[in-house]
Design a protein around this ligand. Sequence first.
Ligand SMILES: C[S@@+](CC[C@H](N)C(=O)[O-])C[C@H]1O[C@@H](n2cnc3c(N)ncnc32)[C@H](O)[C@@H]1O
Length: 1017
Amino acid sequence: MPAFIETQFPIARLSAEAYKERKANNSQTLTRLGKWWGRKPLILVRASILGMLMPASDNPKKDREIFLKILTMDDDGTWQRCKGEIPAAAWREAAPPEIRDEYFGARGFKQGMTDEEKEEVCTQIWESLDDADRKDLDDQRRRPIPNRADFDELHYAERIKHCDRPENVSGPCEAAWVEINAHLAATASSLTELVEQLGKRTFGHTPRVGDCFCGGGSIPFEAARIGCQAFGSDLNPVAGLLTWASLNLLGGGKEVQEEVMRVQAKVLEVADRQVTEWGIEHNEQGERADAFLYCVEVKPEGCDYYIPLAPSWLIGEKSKVVARWHRIAGSDRLQPEIVTVDDAELKLYKDKKGATVIDSRVVDPFDPNRSWSIEALRGPEGLRRWTNEDVVPRPGDVFQERLYCIRWVKMVMRNSKQKEVRRYSAPNTLDLTREAKVLQLLRERFSEWQREGYIPSKAIPEHGAETDRLFRERGWPFWHHLFTPRQLLTHGLLAEISANITSQKESKAACLLGLGRMADWNARLSAWMFHKGNEKGNQVFYNQALNCHFNYSVRPLPKLEDTFSILGEASPESFGQRAKIIISDARDLHDTCDLWVTDPPYADAVNYHELGDFFLAWYDKQLAKAFPEWTPDARAELAVRGNGEDFRRSMVEIYRNLARNMPDNGLQMVMFTHQNPSVWADLGMILWAAGLKATAAWTISTETEAAGIKKGNYVQGTVCLVLRKRIGNEPGFLDEVYPLVEDEVKRQIASMQALDEGGEPNFNDADYQLAAYAAALKVLTHYATLDGRDVEHEVFAVRDRNQKSDFQIVIERALGIACDTLIPKGLDNSWRDLSLVEHYYLRALDIESRGERRKGMYEELARGFGVTNITPLLKSDKANGARMHTPSGLGTASMKDEGGRMNKAGMNKASMKDEGGSMKKGRNTHTSSFIIHPFASSPLRHLLFAVRETCAADNSPEPGRQYLRDTFGQGYWGQRERFIALLEWVAALSNAVGMNEWVDDSEAARILAGRLRNDHA
Ligand SMILES: C[S@@+](CC[C@H](N)C(=O)[O-])C[C@H]1O[C@@H](n2cnc3c(N)ncnc32)[C@H](O)[C@@H]1O
């Protein structure tokens, strides 16, 4: 019996939920533990596991209904999750005075705050309240759409904007369980019970779910949370720590969490006492520093002063503060002045007034015509490499460093209320003395702290894609060079106290993660952000690179408290005991799982081993103490990466190992994020060679714009490929395979269309195309050999760059079949007689009218129809704004002959047609060459020209009709019915949302259709 996920998957709703989860930024469940790249949304993991466990019945509609109920994604479930929002006025009432004054006006939030800022403020307020006050606040929730019928009317994505995420409610309600149990012959009243019962039915025990690339832990975490036995492993111990913590801290139960929070609070308290005693963050006016701003400075040849570097000297857009630089007689150091400016001046600074770094050049602040290339300043030999003991630049180094601004805070009483007052100022002599003290305190401890592992001592690996720039741009060969003395002193102090205060594994792990988070938010790579509402230091990993900045911020201890404390509040859930986490190369695993859900590192999207080292440098010796069984090394040489032969070999080995460690009735899901068919073919072959066969594939939109994973045309979502073990050794033959692929593609598309009937569409064009690939994979991977050649041979065969494997050819053919099968509504009767390029134009318009704007989809479609040049047909080829030309827009563009002359209609002659459907160079009777496009002479193109003529004649159909009769002669009568159908289809286009540009041409098409209908010989 197939699993639910092998027959269908609620793609549209899941994509909406995954998007919502991603948009939650810092309130995503696992992000607070620390940074990992490409974490999979928990809702996708939950749905995937349940979809693999739930059997499909012979009633797909009922299956879907029940599946959605289990996920609380059905109509009742979403209503149940729609608890409504707490009004801003209620937040205001509950807010502590300083937050209220800063962020609220008389009625609600201050104007201009973003949703994210509001969310952050609400979190701060929530955290400041006790249980009783929280309950009072929660009771004030108001459903934004009080009426159930109105709520159900909303599009799903709109609806869930007002809902809690499925993971934040207690699961289906009692009534839903009655229906779920009836359909699945179960007796469950919770997800855990259901999972247990479904697992026992198929595998004889609670299902065991494994992930051998567990990364940030989403898969094992969610598997254990819904009741599975979870197994997670990763090569990288940083990933191991995150996954372990997700299960044993977040899933460790209230008692564990309370102890962890107690220990972390104690560490901070002791550190605060020490920092205060040292006197390195307080000044003589009773203020405490709240941000230190540093910059690099350089003295170019021929310049007699050091130029402080920054791409902007704006410090705060909201506070209107900027830095200005002045020369001092007799000194080669400039003097900063921190001033508040008026709006006009602020605008100038926003437009980079005074910027000393522009387009990779250092600009003299007093003579903008003088500039030096940064690369040249680094010198022909490059920068001096710092030694281990260097924590600041040495005199004589090209790049120096200086503190140029401090933000101070103080609490004052205003109108009998406590208020926080902030001010920015340039450092004075006493501040610089404190800086010197910081350096001295660090130097006194440096060796011992490195020995104990409280601060990093590891060298940065050479020749890395990400790390090389650290040597080149700053001369930093050790990880601790990425931190200022103040950062090393604060972080080292917290590390030392943590190590001495607790011996309990959970608290040690929490403190290590806290240090990792501090490293991410407080490093020489933390750029200063001056934007409104954002006057603070940025995260190092705001993207997946190690970027060096010329000005950056350092956080004092109070600004690190929240970062260090990895748990927000205690939750009673306890499921860590259901999981096992190990550190291992995926090739070496021996643990058996019923379901493997994996998200392999693919095609170098993220250099995990390099980026992970940034954190590992901080964990190092302390990690080895907490987890003596783990190798505290990223073992870069074993990391799966790239997409060449090494990559393929590792992947085949790994997936073969997983197939070995899985029962015959087990299932696998492989998640990846490419839509390019050559990548599909590659991955398909890898999994095929590993002894697996594909049974389904679905794509879920998991990436938000800001997610940072490759954006653009290719990566739009996560493809979830479902696989089983291939049992048996059946041989396959290409000539037999093609008809089977055709049948399977058609069957798959028909079943998806049937599910879409009469409801909110679940599948879009990309899904249908993907389904075609999957159908081809299904057929191909069923066989052990193809035309006598074994798969492994095919996977590793050496090919020219443009040479395709048989596998790839079959996969591409499948797309062609899908394209032929998917006929735009209303064109069924005319479709058969149209050429491929005409099919392309109409299908592209069809997807445009359904809101598709991704250029990649238009290209993919072109591949399916064998059209190699779509440029002349596209009005816009923006990555996310692709649109087709309208008839009027098409005009004569790109379809003229060399002289720009046209035949009567502005079209090339039929004899110029390129048979292959591709663009072809040819020669006309004139001397120069010209390029014609197959669309230029197609009947559809003539018809569109007739529409344009109609439109141009103020909707008089005569010129258009006459043009068609002239062009087609007697053939006109044979084509008339088809023309009318096509014109009626074009006439309806402007009714679709976002197709306003078609209004005039659609109207002309409608009028011309009417004229043709009444035409007589
Ligand atoms: C795409 S990430 C997984 C992300 C994860 N699914 C999540 O939700 O956070 C791929 C992971 O594979 C790991 N990896 C790379 N090579 C490996 C190997 N040979 N064995 C085990 N893990 C490996 C990387 O360290 C990385 O964490």
